[in-house]
Design a protein around this ligand. Structure first.
Ligand SMILES: Cc1cc2nc3c(=O)[nH]c(=O)nc-3n(C[C@H](O)[C@H](O)[C@H](O)COP(=O)(O)OP(=O)(O)OC[C@H]3O[C@@H](n4cnc5c(N)ncnc54)[C@H](O)[C@@H]3O)c2cc1C
Length: 430
């Protein structure tokens, strides 16, 4: 009897976990395939909410999905591990050793064999080798980093209150991460002002630095202009066309050597896939370490390797640029593969991926949200703002929860969150 096909998915983010869940339900439970999800973290989090974890305006415990438990419910296997390399000839994924927080080796480096490999490793900010950034800046690319930032932030807020000092924050990169994080920090300190010292928010001075001519460069002009106006309205300094040349202990240097003073520094500029991907032997990898895929989401060099979401680069005939690294693209690519991979395994050709642009949205905490509605759905191409835009932004996450857990459990999770919101403080205080 032939063995079930081994499908290995590396990276359990928006694309990877959705795909593992769907394939597990469809093929894993019935034993038609062995589906393994590998991730370096034990928990999944909807990445577009990381800035709220960083600011402490959302409870991470309530939002995370524990891979081990989710895998058990949905017919796939979870393996903890950090991918470090790929042996295409032997069809093996290489994983780093797992060590305890004390540095003891728990598991030696190992390999996991596959018949079909799906890479969904996401992306991170790109410091472009700017001196001092790694030493002095926080990154908000993972749950661990967001939580580390939150610890540093709370220490700084405490110090600012205790010593009546200003709290100076500088964020480099005015993409969705930088813009949404900045707004969330203001909101956090407004709420914190209600816990004793009404001047907490007043002490915040925040500078957002962007090398391009406008904030939210990948969004339509109207979204970009409205977001900038909103950020300036809440008192932030927005410096566009400003290239940061170095980071140092007291702030960022830019242009001709001017210094933006900062006690807390965040680097949220640029996008690249994990560095080890640049070493993938024989695959077409671009300068951002992304796997270049064809319209079937396959590497052109190896049709047993698929790549989805931020770690891939896909140019479609009717688009002048590769698809942007967004949650929407990651979700649609995972849905496409979940729908067609079972057929492809049985010998049916894989159809081309078609991207349906439902628009782009950015949420500036409770202050406002802006977006356009894309070429599909209701109100095609329209500009939206305010409550409707905020609700549309929140719906993206609710749809993701529903895709992972089903309608009933997703509704229960939402209800639990609402109840917790009534009985718990609105911000993280300890
Ligand atoms: C703060 C913030 C706000 C954002 N806001 C928006 C927004 O409003 N709208 C929008 O569309 N997009 C937004 N984005 C971008 C969006 O989150 C990404 O486009 C999306 O998460 C990409 O999904 P993905 O599945 O490709 O990767 P991810 O969701 O990033 O998942 C990658 C997974 O791979 C795992 N992984 C990484 N390296 C390894 C390794 N070596 N070995 C094993 N596992 C590994 C990670 O742990 C992670 O689970 C935002 C991003 C951030 C950080």
């Amino acid at each position: 009897m032939s063995q079930p096909v081994r499908i290995v998915i590396v990276g359990g983010g928006i694309a990877g976990l959705l795909l593992a869940t769907r394939l597990g339900n469809q093929l894993g439970r019935s034993g038609q395939a062995n589906i393994t999800l590998i991730d370096s973290s034990p928990t999944h989090i909807w990445k577009p909410m990381l800035h709220t974890i960083a600011a402490g305006t959302r409870d991470v415990q309530q939002q995370q999905v524990i891979y081990l438990a989710h895998a058990r419910e949905h017919g796939f296997t979870y393996q903890p591990g950090e991918m470090t390399g790929l042996d295409r000839e032997r069809r093996e994924v290489q994983l780093a050793a797992i060590t305890s927080p004390q540095g003891d080796t728990i598991l030696d480096p190992r390999t996991v064999g596959y018949d079909v490999l799906v890479l969904s490793l996401g992306s991170r900010a790109n410091d472009f080798g700017t001196p001092g950034v790694r030493q002095h800046c926080h990154f908000i690319d993972s749950q661990r980093q967001a939580e580390a930032f939150n610890v540093a932030l709370r220490t700084r807020v405490f110090r600012s209150v205790a010593k009546d000092e200003p709290l100076r924050v500088a964020v480099v990169g005015a993409g969705a991460t930088g813009v949404e994080l900045s707004a969330e920090l203001s909101r956090l300190l407004e709420v914190a002002s209600g816990y004793g010292d009404p001047r907490v928010r007043e002490r915040l001075s925040l500078t957002l630095l962007e090398s391009g001519p406008r904030v939210l460069a990948s969004f339509p002009e109207q979204v970009s202009a409205s977001s900038r106006q909103q950020l300036e309205h809440i008192g932030f300094h927005v410096l566009t066309s400003t290239r940061v040349t170095s980071a140092e202990a007291g702030g960022f240097r830019h242009g001709d050597g001017a210094l933006v003073d900062a006690d807390l520094m965040v680097w949220a500029a640029g996008v690249k896939a994990p560095d080890f991907m640049s070493q993938f032997d024989g695959l077409d990898i671009n300068r951002s370490n992304q796997v270049v895929v064809n319209a079937k989401l396959q590497s052109s060099a190896d049709d047993h390797i698929f790549a989805l979401g931020d770690c891939s680069s896909l140019s479609l005939p009717d688009h002048d640029r590769p698809l942007a690294p967004t949650a929407q693209v990651a979700t649609q690519q995972a849905e496409h593969l979940a729908r067609h991979l079972p057929g492809w395994l049985a010998g049916t050709p894989m159809p081309d991926f078609v991207f349906r642009d439902f628009g782009s949205l950015v949420s500036l905490s409770d202050y406002n949200a802006f977006g356009t509605l894309g070429r599909f759905g209701f109100f095609q191409g329209g500009f939206i703002r305010g409550r409707f835009a905020q609700l549309s932004h929140a719906m993206l996450y609710r749809r993701h929860q529903q895709a992972l857990h089903g309608f009933r459990k997703a509704t229960l999770l939402w209800t639990a969150e609402q109840i917790n919101g009534l009985v718990q403080p609105k911000i993280r205080l300890t």
